[in-house]
Structures are given as structure tokens and as C-alpha cells.
Ligand binder design. Sequence first.
Ligand code: FES
Ligand code: FES
Length: 215
Amino acid sequence: MRSPYLQATRRGLISAAVASAASINAPGGGRSRAAAASASEPEVPAMTKVSFRINGQDRSLDLDTRTTLLDMLREHLQLTGSKKGCDHGQCGACTVMVEGRRIYSCLTLAIMHEGAEITTIEGLGQPGSLHPMQAAFVRHDGYQCGYCTPGQICSSVAALEEIKAGVPSHVASDLTAAPQVTAEEIRERMSGNICRCGAYSNIIDAITEVAGRPA
Ligand code: FES
Ligand code: FES
């Protein structure tokens, strides 16, 4: 992990290098106006104190304002259950819940969620006291390598809540009717979570079981 303090120092070094290069290239070897201005620009403080409630615990830390939620969880709080697959919002391995809603934690800055309640896979359950969805994934063999699994489980828990709350999906034929837990609904709602091992049919069985429907 790169220290933000180190980055600030590196920025200073780069500024100094640019200034000195400009100085060498300036006519007569003197410092150009641009280089002088750049060297005298004050450093913008990049660190800020942020607080969250993560997995039921209050956590506060000093953070570079550019840190993503995923990097904060993994690199600063050592909550490494959330995985970095693509870091581009394309795989869903980093899915966590913020205020009960699932999001890609790689696509959002941590400071945007100051004060929020965040739940990661570690907060859903632990060995010995698994969340029903975690237990169902185990029972139905809903994984192979397991890399996508924390994101799949966080996503599926939130997806069932969305169905319960009546939130329609892209496959809803009647936007006014309560959505049902069908394989089609689950496939659509989980389409943002990719499994490179192809454990999809078992994942659907696990989610269906937790939803209380026959697989
Ligand atoms: Fe966030 Fe892939 S790591 S979507
Ligand atoms: Fe390997 Fe899903 S279990 S990527």
C-alpha cells in the first residue's frame, strides 16, 4: 500500500523536479515565471478525518480524500473479505452494503459515506455463526475459487431485501405488481456480480432457498 504521506512527499519532489527542469531550460538559465509560481503553490491538504459505523462498530481514521471505500476497507481496516476484482465497477467482487443498499465499493470514495452504516461480508456472519445466506452458499456449493463469493453474498442479501421492498427490476412485466423470487428475477438482480468459475446455478439455488422458495 502506498502511504498518502509518501505520495505528498513524492508530489513535492515532482514539483521540485519540474521547477528545476524549467529553470535549466529557461533562457539564460533563469527560472521561468511558471516554474516559480508552481514551486510557490501551497500543497493542498489531502488528508481528512472520517468516521463510519462498520459491521456494528464505530471506526474513525485519517484518510486521503481520494481513497475508495474498497481500499479503505481492505488496506486501512484490514477487512479483506471484500475483493478487488476489476476496480472498475464491472465484476461485483467488491460489493458491500451501505445503509442496507448494495454498492460497488471500488467505484465510490470513502469520504462520500461519512457517518454511514456499512456492512461487509465480515459483518454478515463469521465461522460458527454464519448468516443464512453464507450457510446456504456452503450447502449448495455456490462457489469454487471463492473470489467472487463475498460480493455475491452481500449482493444477494440486499437483492432479497429489494424484492421484499417491492423494488421492480428490468424483467418485471408489471411495475405495479410485487416482484416474486423467481430464477429470472434472481439472475437479473445478480447480473452485476460475475463468477468466473460459473457457479451461477448453485448460487441461484442458495438464494432461492434463503428466500423460502423451493429450489
Ligand atoms: Fe468493484 Fe470489480 S472490483 S466491481
Ligand atoms: Fe470463483 Fe466465483 S467462485 S469467481
